[in-house]
Write a protein that binds this ligand. Structure first.
Ligand code: SF4
Length: 473
């Protein structure tokens, strides 16, 4: 999971891009970077670490210009290292310099990288974003295509998810894969500059005049001519005609104040809670979310059942998201640092505890133990998604299939492992009802029905999710 930002035509481009990256920090905490153009050359600064630590006032001093793109990264394809961080920069002998930041995973990475390497293209990393920029630059330099033609060519050749910002010294292109798997929005600010971001929440703090989502397969060019839109019929590029927006963006990843895939995230989460409540016979004393992503799911549940909603667990926001810490040891230790129950709150209460999903189950098991130790008489766990049984190959770092608890254990075994009195998930029909156009969404981590082609290496590795291309090669 990653977040991207692009700013065009603003003399404070780097500052605005940094603000956008702050708003998207939840999408990736391993590394971050900015590429900034002053019209003549592009300066790149990227490092491991959080936005607040990497972009110090001294660093920002050196990033002057009116075009900027930025990226926050959580590694999925390619390991956690600075050379796999984004944006990527490619310089050419004949003058133009290109930079690119992208969110998503390419599912035919090996095949396309081999194609480019056979043509003499040299790679510095094992990151999807570098494959996209190298592909475009190859088409420009060796096949003399226009940039729009090169991006259209890329949309035919590359499979997977890629919400992308691409810049040269004087212009910027914003485009999204034909399946629209990851979100991407664009806004015009009151001073006529433009900002694009993975999540609309990153645009809201910038004085927006209008904003909208970038359509699947759409290409937007920003230059001294203003904004030009190159419409493409996304269905021409898709395997089965439909879009495949990631349902997990609504369930867990995106901020509730974002608008994406035509829906407000918080409204979708509340509808999930209402669906759960409608199917649940338990009458608890209190409904408690596992904060923060389950807050609105629990609110929808509590309002529908007319049961008190209480923030019985307090989250320490200065400990990273448990799900996106890559190391199991760190994850285990951070649970108790991260959640603390209110004093004397759970004693003798029947609790409906609400979470968005169960992945490995290790964190939830500890939370349940914590709540039980504070005197809860019954704990009924309600989950805002169906069981996660399959890995994601479109830009989310879910674990290998064999690590997913719903893949290893049956319902009763999970109940016993977690130590709850009862457990209820959304079923597939329920989760399909929370969006108005389920046919345009991806549910593959519940069904194993992958809507966008996987290359042979990935298809073979589904069980083990071998993602580190450095070791494959
Ligand atoms: S497999 Fe799951 S996490 Fe991945 S894009 Fe599809 S719905 Fe989203």
């Amino acid at each position: 999971m990653c977040g991207i930002v692009g700013v065009f035509g603003n003399k404070k481009a780097a500052e605005l891009a940094t603000l956008g990256l702050f708003a998207e920090q939840h999408r990736g905490q391993e590394s971050c970077g900015l590429a900034v153009s002053n019209g003549s050359y592009i300066k790149l600064h990227k490092k491991m670490g959080l936005v607040k630590d990497v972009f110090t006032p001294e660093v920002m001093e050196g990033l002057q210009g009116n075009i900027a793109i930025g990226h926050v990264r959580y590694p999925t394809c390619g390991n956690s290292s600075e050379y796999n961080s984004q944006p990527h920069l490619v310089e050419t002998l004949y003058g133009p310099v290109f930079s690119l930041a992208s969110n998503g995973d390419i599912t035919n990475y090996n095949e396309l990288r081999a194609f480019l390497e056979n043509k003499g293209v040299f790679f510095h990393s094992y990151n999807d974003g570098e494959l996209i920029i190298r592909y475009i630059v190859y088409k420009l330099v060796y096949e003399k295509q226009t940039i729009v033609a090169a991006i259209r060519d890329l949309m035919h050749a590359i499979k997977g998810a890629y919400s992308t910002v691409f810049m040269m010294q004087k212009e910027m292109y914003i485009f999204r894969d034909p399946n629209g798997i990851r979100p991407l929005s664009i806004a015009r600010l009151k001073d006529d500059s433009y900002v694009a971001a993975s999540e609309s929440c990153a645009l809201d703090l910038l004085g927006v005049e209008w904003k909208r989502e970038v359509k699947p397969a759409e290409i937007i060019r920003l230059s001294d001519k203003g904004m030009e839109v190159y419409e493409n019929d996304a269905r021409e590029y898709r395997a089965n005609g439909n879009a495949h927006h990631c349902i997990f963006e609504h369930i867990y990843f995106s901020r509730p104040d974002s608008f994406e895939f035509g829906q407000n995230v918080y409204e979708v989460r509340k509808r999930i809670g209402e669906e759960l409540a409608d199917c649940d016979k338990v009458i608890p004393d209190v409904v408690v979310p596992v904060p923060d992503s389950a807050n609105f799911i629990a609110l929808g549940y509590a309002e529908r059942k007319k049961i008190p909603y209480e923030m019985g667990l307090i989250r320490n926001h200065y400990v990273g998201r448990t799900f996106i810490k890559p190391d199991q040891t760190i994850r285990d230790e951070s649970v108790y640092q991260k959640f603390n129950p209110l004093p004397n709150f759970f004693q003798d209460k029947i609790v409906v505890l609400v979470d968005d999903s169960i992945v490995r189950g290790t964190t939830l098991r500890k939370i349940v133990k914590l709540v039980r130790s504070k005197g809860a008489s019954e704990i009924h766990l309600r989950i805002g998604s169906p069981p996660v049984r399959y890995s994601c190959f479109y830009g989310i770092d879910t674990p290998t299939q064999s690590e997913l608890i719903a893949h290893q254990k049956d319902h009763q075994e999970i109940v016993e492992y977690l130590g709850v009195d009862s457990l209820m998930y959304m079923d597939l029909e329920m989760i399909r009802r929370v969006v108005p156009d389920p046919e345009n969404h991806c549910f593959a981590c519940f069904t194993g029905d992958y809507p966008v082609e996987l290359d042979q290496e990935i298809a073979k590795s589904i069980e083990y999710k071998v993602w580190n291309f450095e070791f494959q090669r």
